[in-house]
Every structure is written in structure tokens, then in C-alpha cells.
Write a protein that binds this ligand. Sequence first.
Ligand code: GDP
Ligand code: GDP
Length: 436
Amino acid sequence: MRKATVAIVGRPNVGKSTIFNRLVGERVSIVEDIPGVTRDRIYAEVEWLTTQFNIIDTGGIELSDEPLLTKIRNQAEIAIDEADVIIFLVNGRDGVTAADEEVAKLLYKSKKPTVLAVNKIDNPEMRDRIYEFYALGFGEPYPISGTHGLGLGDLLDEVIRNFPQLEDEEKDDDSIYFSVIGRPNVGKSSLVNAILNEERVIVSDIEGTTRDAIDTFIHKDNQDFVIIDTAGIRKRGKVYESTEKYSVLRALKAIDRSDVVLVVLDADTGIREQDKTIAGYAHDAGRAIVIVVNKWDTVDPGEKVMKQFEEEIRTQFQFLNYAPIVFLSAKTKRRLQRLIPIIKLASENHTKRIPTNVLNDVIMDALAVNPTPTIKGKRLKVLYTTQVAVKPPTFVVFVNDPELMHFSFKRFIENRIRESFGYTGTPIKIIGRKRS
Ligand code: GDP
Ligand code: GDP
């Protein structure tokens, strides 16, 4: 099932990012705080009761130095393009402003389901302030307080009531779905085209896919693949198309549906901060990852250069230590044929299951040589380990006290599992649980 997308729109300072952070709360799975990865999030997954959806803070999409009104207009446009339902946020302390009316006009014209939320209603006495917002024409305004977390439940109920019937996109095939992500101009479209020209493409444009991507079917090495191409879709003439934050949004939609994500870097320009942000999202989503260094034709040949670049990647992308790296050129197609087998390998590892007895032999052997840590006089005891999920492989370690299972111990278990079972291309998750 495709998840619905909700966008928060409104002029600056009404509290968009406050609300965004409230809604996302601790559910954002930044498990490890990785230095160097700046994560000013504009997009995250939220769960309310039993419904999961994606949320965008349009205020976080920086649109260069345009006049305020143009900026607001562009942000509203992105929301209209990308979201199924819009939360139109206004400031209850300021009353209706000209900028609010400007946003209202655009939203009204778009006919997108819109829920009006009046923020900064921090106490019941202030509720009267919502009435003037009826004038904006979106029906009942929902009073909320971002800082105090008030009214959000009612607001979300209404948002969810407005979700459209989403077409069922459940995959019922064994195809490996992969996508190509990266900042603008690294060569995503070129790479997709190169793959499609190189491989025998059987069917193009699978029916029923979303407007955000073109899916193409490939058969190779006795395996079906579907390439999800968001890079190829360009809404021409829109200012925001080239903004980096917007390209992140695109990447996120592709990641959502992928088994394997190709993170494309540009050998010509080298690694940029934005590369890490984009890769970080794929990692957080638990997808299999292959790093592609494109434009290798622009680099002087030689093994030494490749080694250097690889070291640079390993230093800058420590959190992707499991991701294989492919150096290639979409332009000359050099080394391109290495890509599909690596995607296949990453996907196989992403879905690999290890029998519990085999797993425990490995862990117990490792613990025999490396005793478990003692924290504040209490020793961690490992009872047994079992794999509970794939995509990504997830292992639960049953212990006497999960509080004693620190990050470094999880890392130790992860490393032993990787050494023994070879999980190239996929993140793995280690969870500590108390024996019941
Ligand atoms: P954005 O520009 O729309 O993303 O707005 P921010 O989330 O950055 O908030 C702007 C200011 O309003 C910040 O100083 C917030 O602390 C404040 N603010 C946000 N929500 C509330 C609220 O519910 N009540 C009050 N009193 N202040 C709020
Ligand atoms: P996207 O924005 O990531 O989809 O990037 P494009 O595929 O549009 O490519 C951006 C630019 O890089 C274009 O001018 C391409 O011709 C160029 N380009 C893409 N791949 C390669 C490559 O392998 N080598 C070289 N030299 N240029 C490339």
C-alpha cells in the first residue's frame, strides 16, 4: 500500500517545524548519531494510531533568495504537487495576515484536501481566536499548540479522514526493485538510461505506477528487476526542481519503494555534504545500498586513484561500511556491467535468513573469546539470538537486561554476524530484549 503524504504549509514563524518535530517525535530512527551527517529533516514517517504516513515540512525547503511571497508561493506549490493532504498552518496570535490569504488562494485553487490548523493556542482561554480564520474558507479551524502538544490528535484524525483511497501497490512478484538517488547532476538519468540501453528491456512503463516515477522492467541473469526512475521525471520550468532539498524529496519517494538503492556520487566534483544526507535517508530506511561513483571517465585511470577515492568514501560514509562501491561511467558505459550482479547480491543479502542454531553457535563462540561487558557491577548475559525479520535482516538478542546492551556491544554482535554470514550491501539491525 502506498503511504499517504502530508505537507505542512504556512508563512514563516507560524510554527511549521515545531509541529513537524512534534509529530515526528522520537519515531525518527536516527539510531546512531553519525558525526558529519547534518540532518535538518524536512521529511519523515509518522504513525498515528494505526495509520502510517509521510510528512513534509515545506518550510525546510530552502528556495534561494526570493522575495518572501514568492517563496511562500513556491512552497505551497511543492505541497500541492507532492502531498495528498495539506495542513495549512496559521498563527492564532497574529490573526489573518496578507500572506495567509495568499497561501489560502493557492490552496483553494488547487482543490487539494486541506485542513486548517491555528497554532499557538496555548491555553483554552485563547480558543476564541480561531473564529476569524473561518474567513480563509477551509471550514473548521483546528486549534493546536506546537509547544504544548495540544490539539494534535484531533488535527491528525481530520487529516487521516481526508486521505484518498490509495491504489494498492503491493508487490506480488519476486522482482528486485531498485532506484537511483543522488543530488542534482551526478548523472542519475544518464545512469538509468545507460542501464536500460545495455540490458534487454522487456516491458516499459509498468501500468499503475505513481505519477512520481516511471518503472521499467528488466530481465537479467534469471532475475527480474524493476528500476524505479524518479530522476527522469522533471517538472520543467519549476524553480524548485533544481533545489537540493527538493531532490531529497524525490529521493525519499524512490527509497520508499526500493529493495536496493544506488547512491550515486560524482567522481568529477567529489563528495559533498548533500551526498551524505541523501545516503543517510536510505540507510535509515533499512534498504540495501550500493554506492556508485559515476563519471569515472573524468578521472585519470589507475588503481591508486580508485583506492584513494574508496578510502575517502569509507571515511565520509562510515555508516555505510557495508555498501559495496562500483566505479563506472554512465557516459562510456565502462564497468557498467558490474552493476546488476552487485544489485542482485545486495538484494539477496537483504532477504537472507540465518537459522537460529547456526546463529547461536557463532554468537556463543564469539562470546567465549570476548566476555560480555559489565556495567555498574552488573554483567550482561546473552541467552540466545534469533533473526526476526528480513529487509533488513533484524536480529533480536535475548539478554538478562537490555539496559546493559550498549551500542558498542551491538556493534560487536553485528560485526561477528557480518564476518560469519557475509551481509554485503545491507544494513542489519540488532535489538536487545529481556528474556520473558
Ligand atoms: P516555522 O518558521 O513555521 O517553521 O516556525 P517555527 O516552528 O520555527 O516556530 C516559530 C516560533 O514560534 C518559534 O519561536 C517557536 O518556538 C514558536 N512556536 C511554535 N509553536 C508554538 C506554540 O504552539 N505556541 C507558542 N507560544 N509558540 C510557538
Ligand atoms: P542527474 O541530474 O543526476 O539526473 O544527472 P544527469 O544524468 O542529467 O547528468 C548531469 C550531467 O552529467 C550531464 O551533463 C551528463 O551528460 C553528465 N554525465 C552523466 N554521466 C556522466 C559520466 O559518466 N561521465 C561524464 N563525463 N559525464 C556524465
